[in-house]
Design a protein around this ligand. Structure first.
Ligand SMILES: [Zn+2]
Length: 563
């Protein structure tokens, strides 16, 4: 009898909640119960989801009850693709001003030049011609006029404009041969204009002006996580780290100081011979999945081509005649495949054999084809179905690329921010037929391809001024309206429903991290990650969606942000 009473008491206590959020409009993303009024949390998991009456039954005298007065609740949001360490470090010594024109770039350089010692490199990060009003890069002479006495440059990691002093120091002249993996742009007289596409080996020493320390990295992760919590993120995918980055995450996870769960991608340069690539992968002492719910090893990744904003993404066919925005004229140019095909094949086969999930930055249609070829080769050794190999970016997938991806179970990691910000500038370059294939998200989902939503956040803290803007409500609105920065929608027939948009930033981002059984929806047994928001996600007017704000963010059952 005594034992029996003890057992009942234990069972009863096991079912009471630590916290209950009630009187809410909950969008659960749980197919068994898509909407609910209340959710109970016990420890770090959801205990129950349902009506107020059902869930409040689980309250004990010590349960914290939070009356949300009709506010909306979503599952904790997940950005599939961010670079938090680099983003925070970009503003470690102060905000990077937002620049929309060459004149603003010049004004910023002038200001830097006024106080900087003469031996300091003046560096303006993340300048894309597609995002300047001028729709072109500055010339070396425009930079000279703002900063004549310093080495000065604009840069976005893929395209840089150097001033005359920088060109002279690097010995780049009219006689310099073209590098294999990029382009030194020369004017009609054969003189370098200052614009250099790709060719990172030429510019590395300017880009890495000061190497980040371990302390910098820890600071950066914590600072960025705070901002991510403020917009409702409870998980992200860090899409590229080496050993230093992995150690930083591991250290913060051990100290219990992460506030955003992170799946960390291992970045490989995949150069050399195919067997070098194989050996490099074999030397990494872990594979995808190692870790815990705070810090987990994600896929292995390489950067296989350039960018669509730079005119170096590797296309199926030449860019064509309308490439003024990129600063070059070369009707036969198809962009750069920066990793040889045979290396991608070896990487995919090795990843498949060892248990890695694989992805590659493939911005152009041609690069997607090569990556899918590599995945098909690996699939011949052993099926990659269920291994969730991924295409990163994949902005212009052809119809047959989508079919092949669906057949292989290959997922996409897409950034709708690119067509919002860059679509209007790219339309004249690509022309109407190719623009039809710019992120055909609805078609991809209909074909059974899992598309994860993310931003590719690289620079700045602010969620809307960042490059790329990582505000998830704005991002979801872009997929629902297909709007662009100029107010002209692109491929409105590819618009997603609100439920589909939310799926991109929840279950689908969880899926590409093999975590959809643990997060991405509000359902009993899953990790207690949620966000209380400022408007009714399913019913508010469409244009209000982009202005939604997170009011309270809960990770692992604990409030990490409250407005
Ligand atoms: Zn990225």
């Amino acid at each position: 009898m005594k034992h029996w009473i003890f057992f009942l008491a234990l069972a009863a206590s096991a079912q009471t909640a630590d916290t209950i959020y009630f009187n809410a409009k909950i969008v659960t993303m749980w197919s068994a119960k898509p909407t609910a009024e209340a959710v109970a949390i016990r420890g770090n998991k959801f205990l129950a989801v349902g009506s107020n009456a059902e869930v409040l039954k689980l309250a004990s005298p010590t349960t914290k009850r939070v009356d949300l007065n009709g506010k909306s609740v979503l599952p904790g949001l997940i950005d599939s693709h961010v670079h938090p360490i680099g983003a925070a470090l970009s503003e470690q010594s102060g905000p990077v001003p937002v620049m929309h024109s060459i004149a603003e770039v010049q004004a910023y350089l002038k200001k830097l030049a006024a106080t900087a010692p003469k031996d300091k490199v003046l560096f303006v990060p993340k300048i894309y011609s597609t995002r300047l009003k001028d729709r072109r890069y500055p010339t070396r002479f425009e930079i000279d006029s703002a900063a004549p006495d310093h080495i000065a440059m604009t840069d976005n990691g893929y395209a840089s404009v150097l001033n005359s002093k920088a060109l002279a120091q690097l010995g780049i002249t009219r006689d310099s041969p073209q590098p294999a993996n990029g382009k030194i742009i020369k004017d009609e007289k054969g003189e370098p204009t200052g614009l250099i596409l790709g060719a990172p080996q030429l510019l590395g020493k300017y880009r890495a002006s000061r190497a980040a320390t371990d302390a910098d990295r820890l600071w950066a992760i914590k600072a960025m996580h705070k901002k991510y919590n403020e917009v409702g993120f409870t998980s992200v995918g860090d899409r590229g780290q080496g050993p230093d980055g992995f150690r930083a995450y591991q250290q913060l996870a051990k100290r219990g100081e992460l506030t955003v769960r992170t799946t960390v991608t291992y970045l490989l340069n995949a150069q050399g011979k195919p067997e070098d690539v194989r050996r490099e992968i074999e030397r990494i002492p872990f594979v995808t999945g190692f870790g815990d719910d705070w810090f987990r090893v994600g896929p292995i990744k390489t950067v296989a081509d350039g960018g669509i904003l730079i005119g170096t993404a590797y296309l199926r066919e030449p860019y064509g005649e309308h490439t003024d925005i990129y600063g070059y004229k070369d009707p036969d140019y198809r962009g750069v495949l920066s990793v040889p095909r045979e290396n991608l094949v070896e990487m995919a086969r090795t990843a498949n054999r060892l248990g890695w999930q694989m992805t590659a930055h493939t911005a152009g249609s041609g690069a997607i084809d090569v990556l899918l070829d590599a995945y098909e080769e690996a699939n011949k050794d052993k099926s990659i179905r269920g291994r969730r190999f991924t295409v990163t970016h994949g902005n212009f997938p052809s119809e047959d690329a989508v079919e092949r991806a669906a057949k292989l179970g290959v997922a996409f990691d897409c950034q709708p921010q690119w067509y919002y910000f860059d679509g209007p500038a790219l339309a004249p370059v690509f022309g109407p037929a190719r623009m039809k294939r710019f992120q055909p998200l609805k078609t991809m989902l209909a074909k059974g391809v899992v598309v994860a939503g993310g931003s590719d956040h690289m620079i700045r803290f602010d969620s809307r001024e960042a490059i790329n803007a990582y505000n998830p409500f704005w991002g979801m609105w872009m997929t629902i309206t297909r709007q662009t920065v100029t107010g002209t929608p692109i491929n409105p027939d590819e618009a997603l429903t609100r439920e589909q948009a939310l799926r991109l930033w929840t279950l689908n981002s969880a899926y590409i991290a093999f975590e959809e059984d643990r997060k991405g929806s509000i359902e009993p047994g899953k990790l207690a990650d949620l966000v209380v928001i400022s408007d009714d996600f399913l019913n508010c007017p469409i244009d209000k969606l982009k202005d939604i704000e997170a009011l309270t963010t809960v990770v692992d059952g604990k409030v990490v942000y409250s407005r």
